[in-house]
Ligand binder design. Structure first.
Ligand code: FES
Length: 105
């Protein structure tokens, strides 16, 4: 099982923002959805687009390339053209820092 890895400082992720971070060579999206920090794969499941370049509304991210939306709470695709869910990762916030543990494939 992988370990929790430092992803960002809490102050670098205000509510309503998201960033791409690299953990063990893997692109991870971290988002602050109204105070809840969520982490999923950053790459859209439709094609090769970085969701961190999309639009975050609450816990919903819209892909910048073709507009698919995903619920970051469970990774579920909400709109076509994406059909596959995003992989969600475990998050913990401790001492002002955000840590992410990658979920295995
Ligand atoms: S690459 Fe995301 S919807 Fe097409």
């Amino acid at each position: 099982m992988s370990m929790f890895e430092h992803a960002a400082a809490v102050t670098d992720l205000p509510a309503g923002t998201m960033h791409r971070v690299r953990i063990h060579g893997h692109d991870v999206l971290i988002a602050n959805a109204g105070g809840a920090v969520l982490a999923t794969d950053d790459t859209c499941t439709h094609e090769d687009a970085s969701l961190s370049c999309g639009v975050l509304t609450g816990a919903i991210v819209r892909c910048p390339l073709h507009g698919a939306t995903f619920d970051l709470r469970d990774g579920a695709p909400l709109d076509e053209p994406a059909e596959e869910p995003l992989r969600c990762h475990e998050v913990k916030v401790e001492d002002g820092a955000i840590f992410v543990r990658l979920r295995e494939e």
